[in-house]
Design a protein around this ligand. Structure first.
Ligand SMILES: Cc1ncc(COP(=O)(O)O)c(C=O)c1O
Length: 431
């Protein structure tokens, strides 16, 4: 069978591929330290589980935009939790925010400005719909954040008609870097976004997983007319497999809504009905649900901080995290030493760590970084979520006083992965 050449060039998403590889190796009995895949490990909240069982008989198709009751609940949730006003008619639910981001990229005219490093899928989604991507490389010195000057110079460098609409993908807290924007940093971008006709797809899927004194603010607070928020419960409520995502449109954009809904209707029809009913409970922001999200977030913060501190102790360069469950260290200051081992690209470095130490990670090049930038994305979720959650609920304040002791006992794979990274990095210094 012949395949369309552009499609032949695509590879399965790197994050999913590394996970499948690790699962295969583990099935064969191999010990693997898995820092390659970012799936939140906590059990489904009981109330959501019960709601899903109760609604198993909702076998009919839903409206393409999603059930009104769910959209209304999501609109209340955003009001209560983020103080953002979105009417139910501005909300679309579909199969994961991944599909909603793709359909938005497909529907909106103009090239895509993409700060790098960035989540693996954006660039491939743009490629699938022949959209031009303009990469804006960020650096650890600016915490991998887009600055007004880097945004401006990337626009000025292009040969584009400056008045033409452009899209920008901003993801914060960020996968892969763990960084996020303060409200001042967001505000600084707004005059440029307005002046240059830039519509922002604001991927805020990790918004509730903010820690280290970082308070999440949405760009929609300061640029409501040009910000499309995407989010969902895959990360903060550990429900990735439910495949439900949310998109919030600015007011008075019925034509954009119609276009995105038309695409959804021709491809997916709608999100699954029982999942949507369960989602009504998952978006009911009472104390119990918010406490569950908060505890999971504290654990993510504890685990990610643990790994960050261990990296620093081992002399590995990394920016301190603000949210999510990823770190993006680099070995660029050890380039010459690594060259002697023929570890000249991030891909070679990731392969080496997997082969020699059974440590799975993802190379920075998968996130749009130059091949020779020796950065890796490490996720910090390789532990038993149920066990850790139960233990933490029992004795949170004691654990908070001595998190390392808890991590040592309950997240041995994370500890082992840090030992490996330390051993590897120290061995370079003695080369
Ligand atoms: C930055 C980012 N955006 C979006 C998604 C997609 O999430 P979902 O499709 O489960 O809503 C992910 C999942 O890994 C992600 O890391």
């Amino acid at each position: 069978m012949e395949i369309i050449p552009e499609i032949r060039r695509l590879r399965p998403s790197a994050t999913l591929a590394i996970n499948e590889l690790v699962v295969k190796k583990r099935k064969k009995g191999q010990k693997i330290y898995h820092m390659g895949f970012g799936e939140s490990p906590f059990p489904v909240h009981d109330r959501i589980k019960r709601a899903l069982c109760t609604h198993a008989d909702k076998k009919y198709y839903s409206p393409t935009q999603g059930f009104f009751a769910l959209r209304k609940q999501i609109s209340s949730f955003y009001k209560e939790v983020f103080n953002l006003e979105f009417k139910p008619k501005q909300v679309i639910v579909a199969l994961g925010s991944k599909s909603l981001i793709f359909h938005t990229i497909a529907a909106l005219d103009g090239p895509l400005l993409l700060p790098t490093p960035s989540w693996v899928s954006y660039q491939h989604q743009a490629y699938l719909v022949h959209k031009k991507v303009i990469y804006i490389e960020t650096s650890p010195e600016s915490s991998y954040l887009l600055t007004p000057s880097s945004l401006l110079s990337s626009i000025e460098k292009t040969t584009l008609d400056l008045s033409r609409q452009k899209l920008l993908l901003l993801n914060y807290p960020n996968n892969p870097t763990g960084q996020s924007y303060s409200k001042e940093q967001l505000k600084e971008l707004v005059p440029i976004l307005r002046k240059h006709n830039i519509i922002v797809i604001s991927d805020e899927i990790y918004s509730l997983i903010s820690y280290n004194n970082h308070e999440h603010h949405s760009l929609a607070e300061y640029y409501p007319e040009g910000t499309i928020i995407t989010g969902g419960f895959s990360k903060d409520r550990s429900l990735g497999g439910y495949r439900l995502g949310v998109l919030l449109l600015p007011k008075r954009n019925d034509d954009v809504k119609r276009s995105i809904l038309s695409i959804i209707s021709e491809i997916w029809s709608s999100a699954s009905s029982p999942i949507q009913y369960a989602a009504i409970d998952a978006y009911y922001p009472d104390e119990e649900l918010l406490a569950y999200i908060q505890i999971c977030t504290r654990i993510h913060g504890m685990m990610t901080n643990y790994v960050y501190n261990r990296l620093k102790e081992a002399g590995i360069s990394c920016v301190s995290p603000k949210g999510g469950f990823y770190l993006f260290p680099n070995w660029n200051d050890k380039k010459e030493l690594l060259k002697k081992m023929d570890l000249t690209t991030s891909k070679k470095l990731a392969k080496f760590l997997l082969k020699k130490y059974n440590l799975a990670s993802l190379p920075g090049s998968e996130f749009g970084m130059p091949k020779k930038n020796l950065c890796l994305r490490l996720s910090t979720v390789d532990y038993n979520g149920s066990l850790v959650l139960n233990e933490y609920k029992e004795r949170a304040s004691a654990i908070d006083k001595n998190p390392s002791e808890f991590v040592n006992e309950f997240a041995p794979n994370l500890v082992g992965a840090c030992d490996i990274l330390k051993e590897f990095t120290m061995s370079l210094n003695s080369e």
